[in-house]
Design a protein around this ligand. Structure first.
Ligand SMILES: Cc1ncc(COP(=O)(O)O)c(C=O)c1O
Ligand SMILES: N[C@@H](CCOP(=O)(O)O)C(=O)O
Length: 472
């Protein structure tokens, strides 16, 4: 029996898997989480070792879906999603150091870990809308990678229009072009004069504007969407079982911004995967590292770095962890989020910090460390890291370790997405793979809008086909 999904703020309808996926943000402004955690037994986990990625994905995802989607349809969508990856293992592990492994999550079409979930999410949403004879309007925020992965996965889908908000001038050229060079007319790349945090706040505001949300049939593809996080939990199982789980634990070090990826590791752990430590790695935009040090979650100004996708201050999914850390008490989460909205900070309630520290560590890497790490790892191991992975690698080197526990560093992007920063650090300019070789010559299409939710809503309403269908 699959779980129902409940909001972290306790005041939204309890939904099944498909409705929670299509809803995106809960109607009370919270995030959907499963009411209970499905688990896999030790034997079931052991049996994942050596299986194809798509099969592992089915076994991890199916308990959360139940009979909401027929098993053969779910299997077919998973097979299709991962059939398009450029590596047979989908998310291969590479050993870089005596007991350290890099989990390469960038073999999908847009060279970032977002493809792993987005390729499946697009198929699941399309399937659900087709079953119900509906259309939807996706609004998403990106600091660089979610947008490209969403646009690639949803382009040309007749039931969906995609509007992606990016911070103008703050993503890499490759990232921007992945969003602006797609000719399909259901795709709208929008640059706002603001930060990723502003973009994410606008997306949440559109969801919280219920009349607009309902008229446009809004859907979300950020990690707001539970199905995104769920699909990311799979690669933790693939990596851990390849390294000996359940007989052997692993540590994971996760480059973190919006807290979706590391929360997916937490989900895997709740399901029974033996993960010893979940290590949150941040760049100098270190709200999460500070929170684990002080117990105060406090937003400060965002500083631009060479790992722009992690230039985030308001880490959306921390709310999901907070919900668990306070014993799933929605009133406490509501109070914390109200304080965040009013004063830009909240203090973790008594006991919550200890609960979090029992499973998570955190560290930060500054720009000099990132540069030095890229150079050193190339020199010593012949392995070229991207800047986001380098943040995690630098934190991994400083983390507390156990010699009997392999340490897995998540590699979230291909270095060719950030060629200038990687070349400046290493002297090597990484090239794009063949399918993107002419990316820099393709014509671009980008709409610039003010940093104002009313202007964004007006643009979405004017261009979304669902609004025109409703008006007709
Ligand atoms: C390349 C890259 N690494 C790491 C992250 C951080 O992941 P999360 O937001 O899930 O914490 C992002 C953005 O989300 C990213 O694009
Ligand atoms: N780093 C992300 C920010 C959005 O994160 P998401 O996981 O919530 O979609 C990006 O690259 O856009």
């Amino acid at each position: 029996m699959a779980p129902a999904y409940v909001s972290t703020r306790g005041d939204a309808p309890r939904l099944g898997f498909v409705d929670a996926m299509l809803a995106g943000l809960a109607r009370d402004g919270g995030l959907y989480v499963p009411e209970t955690w499905p688990t896999l037994t030790r034997d079931e986990i052991a049996d994942l070792a050596g299986r194809p990625y798509a099969e592992i994905a089915y076994r991890v995802i199916a308990p959360f879906v139940g009979d909401a989607i027929p098993a053969d349809a779910l299997k077919r969508m998973i097979d299709e999603a991962y059939g398009a990856f450029r590596h047979a293992a989908v998310t291969p592990l590479t050993q870089v150091g005596a007991n350290r492994f890099v989990l390469e999550l960038f073999h999908g079409p847009t060279l970032a870990f977002k493809d792993v979930a987005m390729q499946l999410l697009a198929r699941l949403m399309d399937h659900a809308l087709a079953e119900r004879g509906l259309r939807a309007t996706i609004v998403g925020a990106t600091s660089g990678d979610t947008g490209g992965a969403a646009i690639e996965a949803f382009r040309g889908r007749s039931r969906l229009d995609v509007f992606i908000l990016m911070p103008d001038g703050k993503v890499s050229e490759v990232q921007r072009r992945q969003m602006t060079t797609v000719p399909d007319d259901n795709v709208h790349a929008i640059a706002i004069d603001g930060s990723f945090d502003d973009a994410q706040a606008h997306v949440k505001a559109m969801f919280n504007h219920h009349a607009f949300r309902d008229r446009l049939a809004l859907a979300g593809v950020n990690s707001i969407n539970w199905a995104r996080v769920l699909a990311q939990a799979v690669y933790y199982f693939a990596a851990a079982t390849a390294l000996g789980a359940p007989a052997r634990e692993i540590d994971v070090v996760v480059p973190t911004g919006n807290f979706g990826d590391v929360f997916a590791g937490y989900v895997a752990k709740r399901m029974g995967l033996p993960i010893r430590r979940l290590v949150i790695a941040t760049n100098v935009n270190d709200i999460l590292a500070r929170t684990l040090e002080t117990g105060v979650y406090e937003v400060r100004g965002v500083a631009p770095t060479t790992s722009p996708s992690m230039d985030i201050q308001v880490s959306s999914n921390f709310e999901r962890l907070l919900f668990d850390a306070v014993g799933r008490d929605p009133a406490t989460v509501r109070a914390a989020m109200a304080s965040l909205g009013q004063s830009g900070s909240f203090t973790l309630p008594a006991g919550a910090l200890e609960v979090i520290r029992a499973e998570f560590d955190a560290g930060r890497a500054d720009e000099d460390e990132v540069k030095a790490t890229i150079r050193r790892v190339l020199e010593t191991s012949g392995y070229l890291l991207d800047t986001h992975t380098a943040v995690a690698f630098a934190v991994a080197e400083k983390a507390e370790t156990d010699p009997g526990v392999p340490q897995v560093v998540l590699s979230t992007a291909h270095p060719a997405k950030f060629p200038d920063a990687v070349e400046a650090a290493s002297g090597v300019r990484p090239g794009l793979p063949a399918h993107l070789a002419d990316l820099l010559e393709r014509p671009e299409r980008l709409t610039r809008l003010p940093n104002d939710v009313a202007a964004i809503e007006a643009f979405v309403a004017e261009h979304a086909r669902v609004a025109k269908t409703a008006a007709a």
